[in-house]
Design a protein around this ligand. Structure first.
Ligand code: ATP
Ligand code: MG
Length: 657
């Protein structure tokens, strides 16, 4: 723990310090990947708390994933600033809603739906729409998109056409399904993930007393990954703030990758317009990646087009030179997976920790092939972004077994001879099918085993951190973590989709399936969609600290028609296209070598941004009035958003009555 507030600022460069010490008023950090945005805001909170300027309990830090929130809390603790709320929009809203529901609506908050896909399937059955698994998933995504963009069922066809959505069915059918889904949800008295935000917004809008109470509690707001904020999340943020402006946002427009869920970088790019007095800081020093990786990232950025690209910032690596990215072309996908698994095996054998390696892909359906290949090569792995850890059936079952053992552990139980906590956990879990060695093969069996392995590891870490901890203590810890969705880290190579890899970093990254049809994905048609695919690749590339492998396969399956080629995004960035099956260094001299890490002013970063005019999000008129700018809408323009929210609240009221 740093011994003073000033010591918290050590290890920040001058611009990061500017962020950390600007504790009042609106602050906006626009910066590229790996420039220390997350680090700067974490130190900012810690500095404010340590200097006695911020009360820990009045700060609300919003991150994109539960994992990021957990990491931020851990970091804050290390910096001597425990007690700050670091949450996702969703978990912060859920907490407030649970607290205020009895008073604002009456009764207790309806249960969150367990298996949404099943509910959509039931709704489809109810209105006699037949959907296969893929269509069901896509239809669910359409319903989610409608909700975060505040589109009611009747408006879906028009809104979907306007937004260029790829609908799995006739838009009218999706609208019908969406309406049936909402009905069914109400009939079963459950709410879904999106309702949590919708209802929180509705309550805060409708009930001034509740809003005042929330505002009295939280006075300083910090938002990470602000480029991917949805209109609904932005609305919630505005309601939390009220007429105050102690808000610090950080983001990188070039990493906007959630547009398909309704997110837009406009909130980030228009921040200065909405908050004319804002402190705007840009960071360009990249502390994460080698010059070789940064060179490729900059190359990708240079080819980007569109609004996000107009705000791109060239990165300057601060790290010593490393190996060139490796590009490999394979005959088919299984060969690609096998090739990656073989290289990973070699890396692990040469001493690279498995947890420092990631395999990133475009779609979750690619995961299976890699799971198989890694299992065959005897490499431990973990999946990210899959079902939420504490919701997995095997984890729930293991939880009840541990709870039962904690309760009855004293009487002639199987735990009598087992002396330390990890062994007790292993003993209990052996009853749930746990074995020391992973099972052969991949898929569901292997995944279940990995979940239990994670619980065993957690028990080990827990008892190491707390001497004398008992099984009952562990059960309490598990309940707390489940409440916060704070999943334990599973040891092993990370397998993740590019979307879920945001904000994270590894020493070695394998970007697989960098092929036409995958990146960009076949259904990306409009220029905007293609640009988002390019940004996705940029996010992938910038996850690597040292080594980066990019690969693609010419055919899907062995002996299949070689119908694919390397992604168009690599054009001009990778060595000539005739590198079949080979390993080749990227041309272009590998970028500027700057063997420099840590603070210091090697590069003078431009500080101030151009002022962007704020526009009404309904009619597009340029806004000048401060109040209107905050709303991002003319006073006179109708707010479709508010309408949808009120409607939902009225429905709940009717239900109560
Ligand atoms: P992303 O856009 O991917 O979210 P980011 O801008 O949030 O990236 P961080 O994750 O905060 O970047 O930082 C990237 C890496 O650089 C981390 O390992 C961090 O510890 C390190 N880092 C950041 N700033 C500094 C610094 N001033 N000195 C040394 N290391 C730093
Ligand atoms: Mg970050």
């Amino acid at each position: 723990v740093p011994d003073s507030a000033d010591a918290v600022l050590e290890g920040l460069d001058p611009e990061q310090r500017e962020v950390a010490t600007a504790l009042r008023g609106p602050v906006c950090v626009l910066a590229g990947a790996g420039t220390g945005k997350t680090r700067a805001i974490t130190h900012r909170i810690a500095y404010g708390v340590r200097a006695g300027i911020l009360q820990p309990s009045t700060v609300l830090a919003v991150t994109f994933t539960n994992r990021a929130a957990g990491e931020m809390r851990g970091r804050l603790r290390q910096l001597g600033a425990a007690g700050v709320q670091a949450r996702t929009f969703h978990s912060a809203a859920l907490r407030q809603l649970q607290y205020f529901w009895p008073k604002a609506i009456g009764g207790s908050l309806p249960r969150l739906v367990d298996r949404k896909i099943q509910l959509v399937a039931d709704a489809a059955a109810a209105c006699r729409i037949r959907l296969d698994r893929g269509e069901l998933r896509d239809a669910t995504a359409e319903i989610e998109w409608s909700k975060v963009t505040q589109t009611v069922p009747a408006d879906y066809p028009l809104a979907a056409a306007k937004a260029g959505r790829e609908t799995p069915r006739d838009p009218a059918e999706i609208a019908q399904l969406y309406a049936a889904y909402e009905d069914l949800k109400r009939a079963r008295s459950v709410i879904d993930f999106e309702d949590v935000l919708l209802l929180t917004v509705a309550v805060l809008q409708d009930r001034h007393d509740v809003a005042e109470q929330v505002r009295a509690q939280y006075q300083h707001f910090v938002v990470d990954e602000y480029q991917d904020v949805s209109p609904l999340q932005q609305r919630l943020l505005e309601l939390w703030l009220g007429d105050r402006d102690d808000l610090c946002v950080v983001g990188d427009a070039s990493q906007t990758i959630y547009s398909f869920t309704g997110a837009t970088p406009d909130h980030l790019l228009d921040f200065r317009g909405r908050h004319p007095g804002a402190t705007v800081v840009k960071l360009v020093r990249d502390y994460r990646s080698t010059p070789q990786v940064v060179h490729l990232a900059n190359g990708l950025l240079a080819q980007a087009r569109g609004r996000a690209a107009d705000h791109r910032l060239e990165l300057v690596s601060q790290r010593p030179a490393g190996p060139e990215p490796v590009y490999t072309e394979y005959a088919d996908e299984p060969a690609e997976a096998e090739g990656a698994a073989r290289r990973i095996r070699e890396l692990i054998d040469s001493g690279v920790p498995a947890a420092e390696i990631a395999v990133l892909f475009r779609t979750n359906s690619q995961s299976e092939t890699y799971e198989q290949a890694l299992a065959d090569a005897g490499v431990p792995y973990q999946l990210r972004g899959a079902e939420r850890f504490f919701d997995r059936p095997e984890v729930r079952k293991a939880g009840s077994a541990l709870r039962a053992a904690a309760r009855f552990g004293g009487n002639d139980s199987l735990l009598d001879d087992v002396v330390d906590l990890p062994s007790q956990v292993r003993a209990v879990l052996s009853g749930e099918g746990w074995t020391t060695e992973p099972p052969a093969g991949s898929g569901a069996v292997r995944e279940r085993w990995e979940s239990l392995a994670a619980l065993v590891n957690l028990a080990q870490d827990f008892s190491a951190a707390r001497a004398g901890a008992t099984l009952s203590d562990l059960v309490v810890e598990l309940d707390e973590r489940a409440g916060a969705q704070h999943a334990p880290t599973v040891q092993g190579v990370t397998l993740a989709s590019l979307h879920s890899a945001k904000g994270l970093e590894w020493d070695v990254v394998f970007l697989v399936g960098v092929a036409e049809g995958m990146m960009p994905i076949t259904y990306a048609k409009t220029d905007e969609q293609i640009e988002e695919e390019r940004r996705l690749l940029y996010v992938g590339v910038t996850r690597a600290r040292e080594r980066l492998h990019l690969s693609w396969a010419l055919a899907r399956s062995p002996g299949g028609r070689p119908s694919r080629r390397a992604s168009r995004f690599l054009k001009g960035l990778r060595p000539g296209s005739g590198t079949a099956g080979g390993r080749a260094a990227v041309g272009g001299g590998g970028g500027v070598e700057r063997g420099f890490r840590g603070g210091g002013a090697q590069v003078a970063a431009p500080r101030r941004t151009q002022r962007t005019p704020a526009r009404c999000r309904v009619c597009g008129r340029t806004l000048t009035d401060a109040g209107e700018m905050k709303l991002m809408r003319c006073e006179g323009c109708p707010s479709d958003m508010d309408e949808g929210v009120y409607e939902r609240l009225r429905e709940w009221r009717a239900l109560q009555a």
